[in-house]
Design a protein around this ligand. Structure first.
Ligand code: URA
Length: 437
C-alpha cells in the first residue's frame, strides 16, 4: 500500500464507481477503527457505496477487515466442527432457542454468540435472561468447555467483537446508509466470521415484519452473504423465510420461551416446527454431521420425538446456571394484566401484519424503544388465531399481557387496527420460499 493514500481519494474512487484494492479496504477500516479517519469522510464513503455498490471481491475484503478489527474467536480447542446460525430478525422468532438443543442432540456442536434486541421484542439473549439464574456471560474457557461437554453454549456477544462494524453501523444508522446490500452483508458476516464457526446457516426473512420487504431483496442479500461465507471457507447456506406474519403464536420474551418448551416436547405451532426442521437440517449439513438435508430432517424429528432435544435443552439451561424448575414447571413470570382482543365478526383471519404486531408487543413492554429501555420479560401477546384460521364473532384473536393498564388500553386499540377478518380464505405466502447455497 502506498504511504500517501488519502481518504478523499478513496471517496472519489468509489463516487466514480471504481473498485478498491484489498490494501485500500484494510487501510480504510483500520484507520476508521483507530480513530484516524473522521466520521464525515466515512459517511461520504458509505453514501458512495450506497449508490455505486461493491464488487463481490471488495465485499469479501470488507468483511474480513471488519472481522479482524477486534477479537477473533478460536474454536479449534473444541476439536470438532462448530455450526452457527443467524436470523436477519423477525417477530416471534425464537428459533435459536429450539435449534441449539435440537442440533446438539443430533451430535453437532453449536457455539453461538447472540445479541440483545432493539425494536419489537428481545433478542435470544433477552429471552434467556428471562430464565432466573441464567448466565449469558461465560469466559472463553467456560464457553469452549461447555461445547465440548454438551455440544451447546449460547452467550452474549463479546464487547470486543468487530469494533469496526459497531462504529460503522452506528454511523450508517444516522446517515441513511444502512440499506446497502454490500454494507449489510459484510456487517452481518463479519460478526459470523469473527465468532469462529466453520458452518453457518442464515435465516433471511422477507415480508412486512422483516428488514427485507420483498423476496427478491432477500434473495439478493442471501446470495451476497452466502458468497462471503463460502469464499472464506465457511460452509454457508441461506434459507429465505416468510415474515409477513409472526412466527409461532407467542410474541414477547417469557411467552416465547414457554412456546419453545412446548415445541421441544413435540407440541407447539406447526410453522415454528417446520422452519426449525429446515434450518436445523442445514445446520447439520454444514456441521458435516449428515450427508443431506433430508437425512438432517429425519434425525431432527427423531430427537424431538424421543425427548433427547428436550433433555439437551435442560442440560444447557443447567450448565449456564438457569433454574431448572423455571422451565420444567413452566414457572416463568407472565405480566399480570391481561385482556383478549375479540373478533368483531365471524370469518377467516386475513392478515396479521408482523411489523404491527411487533409494535404492539413493544407497547406492552416486550421490546426496547431505545438501547437504554428496560424490557419487561413477562409482557407480550399470544395470537390465539393466526392468518387463515376461522374465528367466530366474540372469540379471542389476540391475548395481551402487560403490567400497565394504560398500555393495555392502548394495545387493544392498536389491535383493532391490525386484525382483519373476511369471508374468503386468504392465500398465504409459503413459510420457506427458497434455499440459497
Ligand atoms: N444487521 C446487521 O448486523 N448489520 C446491518 O448492516 C443490518 C442488519
Amino acid at each position: 500500500m502506498k504511504k500517501d493514500v488519502r481518504m478523499v481519494d478513496l471517496i472519489e474512487q468509489k463516487r466514480d464507481g471504481k473498485a478498491h484494492s484489498r490494501a485500500e479496504i484494510r487501510w480504510l477500516i483500520n484507520g476508521y477503527t483507530a480513530g484516524d479517519i473522521p466520521d464525515y469522510q466515512i459517511a461520504a464513503w458509505a453514501m458512495a457505496v450506497f449508490f455505486r455498490g461493491m464488487t463481490p471481491e471488495e465485499t469479501v475484503e470488507l468483511t474480513v477487515a471488519m472481522a479482524e478489527s477486534g477479537e477473533m474467536l478460536d474454536l479449534s480447542a473444541i476439536g470438532r466442527r462448530c455450526v452457527d446460525k443467524h436470523s436477519t430478525g423477525g417477530v416471534g422468532d425464537k428459533t435459536t432457542l429450539l435449534l441449539g438443543p435440537m442440533v446438539a442432540a443430533c451430535g453437532a456442536s453449536v457455539a453461538k454468540m447472540s445479541g440483545r434486541g432493539l425494536g419489537h421484542t428481545g433478542g435470544t439473549i433477552d429471552k434467556l435472561e428471562g430464565i432466573p439464574g441464567f448466565r449469558v456471560e461465560l469466559s472463553q474457557t467456560e464457553f469452549v468447555e461447555q461445547v465440548q461437554r454438551i455440544g451447546l453454549a449460547l452467550i452474549a456477544q463479546s464487547g470486543n467483537l468487530t469494533p469496526a462494524d459497531k462504529k460503522l453501523y452506528a454511523l450508517r444508522d444516522v446517515t441513511a446508509t444502512v440499506n446497502s446490500l454490500p454494507l449489510i452483508a459484510s456487517s452481518v458476516m463479519s460478526k459470523k466470521i469473527a465468532a469462529g464457526a466453520q458452518g453457518i446457516v442464515l435465516d433471511v426473512k422477507y415480508g412486512a415484519g422483516a428488514f427485507m420487504k420483498t423476496l427478491a431483496g432477500a434473495r439478493n442479500l442471501a446470495a451476497v452473504m452466502v458468497n462471503i461465507g463460502n469464499s472464506l471457507q465457511r460452509k454457508t447456506t441461506a434459507v429465505l423465510s416468510d415474515m409477513n406474519q409472526p412466527l409461532g403464536r407467542a410474541v414477547g420474551n417469557n411467552l416465547e420461551v414457554l412456546e419453545v418448551i412446548d415445541a421441544l416436547q413435540g407440541e407447539g405451532p406447526e410453522d415454528l416446527r417446520t422452519i426449525c426442521l429446515e434450518l436445523g437440517a442445514w445446520m447439520l449439513v454444514n456441521a458435516e454431521t449428515v450427508a443431506d438435508a433430508a437425512e438432517g430432517k429425519e434425525r431432527l424429528r427423531q430427537v424431538l420425538a424421543d425427548g433427547s432435544a428436550w433433555r439437551k435443552f435442560l442440560a444447557f439451561i443447567e450448565a449456564q446456571g438457569g433454574r431448572l424448575a423455571a422451565v420444567t414447571e413452566r414457572k416463568l413470570e407472565i405480566a399480570p394484566l391481561t385482556a383478549a382482543f375479540l373478533a368483531k365478526e365471524t370469518g377467516y383471519v386475513q392478515e396479521v401484519d408482523a411489523q404491527k404486531i411487533g409494535r404492539l408487543a413493544m407497547i406492552l413492554g416486550a421490546g426496547r424503544e431505545t438501547k437504554e429501555s428496560l424490557i419487561d420479560y413477562g409482557a407480550g401477546l399470544i395470537l390465539t388465531r393466526k392468518p387463515g384460521e376461522w374465528v367466530e364473532q366474540g372469540q379471542p384473536v389476540l391475548q395481551l399481557y402487560t403490567r400497565d393498564a394504560q398500555k393495555l388500553d392502548q394495545g387493544l386499540q392498536l389491535a383493532a387496527a391490525i386484525i382483519r377478518i373476511g369471508q374468503e380464505q386468504p392465500t398465504l405466502s409459503p413459510l420457506i420460499a427458497e434455499v440459497v447455497q
